[in-house]
Design a protein around this ligand. Structure first.
Ligand SMILES: Cc1cc2nc3c(=O)[nH]c(=O)nc-3n(C[C@H](O)[C@H](O)[C@H](O)COP(=O)(O)OP(=O)(O)OC[C@H]3O[C@@H](n4cnc5c(N)ncnc54)[C@H](O)[C@@H]3O)c2cc1C
Length: 448
């Protein structure tokens, strides 16, 4: 094999690309991973990890206000943004080194540069050509900047810039009530910033179970929700929006655009290689193969599921199937988590989605206050709930949605149950450890 010839070339080193590289390296394949910026992609450098680092620091700060009920009196707590940012940078550096180590230990060659496809099995980087039996495109996505008048001002940011601010604004308007919008709404309101969320749709988080969304809005007391409102323009200190045909405005020292992300397809050479795509991303089969048999597209780039763990799983499916294994991407049991305060997690069908599909369902909703551990750690004022959705005739579990506690740490159990098509009676036989908040999930199944 010539020095520029590989079994697999991967473009983009996010959670899709680096996991695919690791899996192919473990199979003994010769792999080249090309990245134009940093190992870890958006997830590690501008997404999952930095946002969670800031959210954790804000949650700690928030706990100092509530610690007294647990017998801990804390006076004079101060939120220090500069230190929180340096903690965030520290975590990113450590994790980047961890990925570099994994690539080395799996003999993956890492090349820094911008890659362009030049054909079905060839790529150009920094003026050099590389060939490969297979190519995985894993170039991710970027924030959408809408054509709103005033969106080009310096106080208007996307999630990229907001993760590196050096001072807290006194007020922020967040345009978009999706996952990213709600996580930043939580962060800013916990550290004392006046927060408004402006959402064009009638509700925030439209893909979530309605009961959970209701509880979320009730819990986020510090956030002013402007629902069914269309942003008309951004001024230097306010955002102007229309509601039912009338213009209103909200104060905003800073503005965060959180209206969605678009696939990184520009300049990738898709046309040169004959790869089909549309504005939602590169078109793929359930093995992540494009219309060109040697080229696969995984992660945010194909628009199927914009989550880090989906990207990684897609990388695994692509690698396994291209080298002769059998696998396919299944989307029905991918868990989602929103690391807001309170946290939200969900998996499978919501009650409304099941009904839309004509399925008769039984549902049960349990308060987390029934859990000794939840009460011990969250006090009397905090709420949490678990909702389970079950097919009435087969008694098979269809979905689980939760709010409160560290529910993101429990949702993989629901994913396992849904993947395994467990019935209520199967789940009732599983032993849950005590005292844990997860026991509430079991209680919900017994109440059906
Ligand atoms: C603020 C924020 C918070 C998030 N929080 C979560 C969360 O908590 N949980 C979760 O599951 N998901 C979260 N996400 C989504 C998650 O970050 C993405 O789903 C995930 O990063 C997608 O992985 P990927 O491998 O497809 O692409 P990316 O992580 O986007 O990586 C793509 C990489 O490709 C590189 N690249 C692009 N073009 C080229 C080229 N031509 N040549 C070489 N390299 C190239 C880019 O530089 C980038 O490093 C969050 C996103 C944001 C913005």
């Amino acid at each position: 094999m010539s020095s520029n010839s590989y079994d697999l070339i991967i473009i983009g080193a996010g959670p899709g690309g680096y996991i695919a590289a690791e899996r192919a390296g473990a199979l003994g394949k010769r792999v080249l991973l090309i990245e134009k910026e940093y190992l870890g992609g958006v997830c590690l450098n501008w997404g999952c990890i930095p946002s969670k680092a800031l959210l954790h620091s804000a949650k700690l700060y928030e706990h100092t206000h509530n610690a007294s009920q647990f017998g801990v009196d804390i006076q004079g707590a101060v939120y220090n943004l500069e230190k929180a940012m340096s903690w965030k940078t520290n975590v990113i550096d450590t994790l980047r080194k961890g990925i570099a180590y994994k690539m080395k230990s799996h003999k993956v060659e890492v090349l820094n540069g911008t890659a362009t496809l030049t054909g079905p099995r060839s790529v150009e980087v920094n003026g050099d050509s590389y060939t490969s039996d297979y190519i995985i495109l894993a170039t991710g996505s970027s924030p959408v900047v809408p054509p709103i008048p005033g969106a080009d001002q310096s106080h208007v940011m996307t999630s990229n810039e907001v993760l590196s601010i050096d001072t807290l604004p006194s007020s922020i308007a967040i345009i978009g009530g999706g996952v990213i919008g709600m996580e930043f709404a939580s962060f800013f309101s916990m550290v004392g910033v006046k927060v408004s969320v402006i959402e064009m749709l009638p509700d925030i988080l439209p893909f979530l179970d309605g009961d959970i969304t209701k509880l979320m809005k009730r819990s986020m007391k510090g956030v002013d929700f402007k629902l069914g409102c269309k942003v008309e323009r951004i001024e230097s200190d306010s955002v102007v929006y229309s509601r039912d045909g009338a213009e209103e405005s909200v104060e905003a020292d800073a503005v965060l655009l959180a209206i969605g992300r678009k696939p990184n397809i520009d300049g990738l050479g898709l046309e040169a290689a004959g790869v089909e795509f549309d504005r939602f991303g590169v078109k793929v089969s359930d093995t992540l193969r494009t219309n060109i048999p040697s080229i696969y597209a995984i992660g945010d780039l194909n628009g199927k599921s914009q989550l880090a763990h989906s990207a990684s799983r897609m990388g695994e499916v692509a690698v396994k199937t291209m080298f002769g294994g059998t696998d396919r991407m299944r989307y029905h049991a991918i868990p989602l988590a929103i690391f807001s305060n309170p946290e939200i997690a969900g998996c499978g069908l919501t009650e409304a989605q099941a009904k839309e599909q004509g399925i008769d369902v039984d549902v049960a909703m349990m308060t987390m206050k029934a859990s000794g551990r939840f009460l011990v750690e969250h006090g009397a004022d905090e709420n949490g709930s678990v909702k389970v959705i079950v097919d009435r005739s087969s008694r098979v579990l269809l979905g689980v949605y939760m709010i409160g506690g560290m529910c993101s740490e429990m949702i993989h159990a629901a994913a396992t149950m849904i993947e395994a098509e467990l019935r209520v009676q199967d789940i009732q036989e599983i032993v849950f450890p005590h005292p844990t908040v997860a026991e509430v999930m079991k209680d919900a199944f017994w109440s059906l």
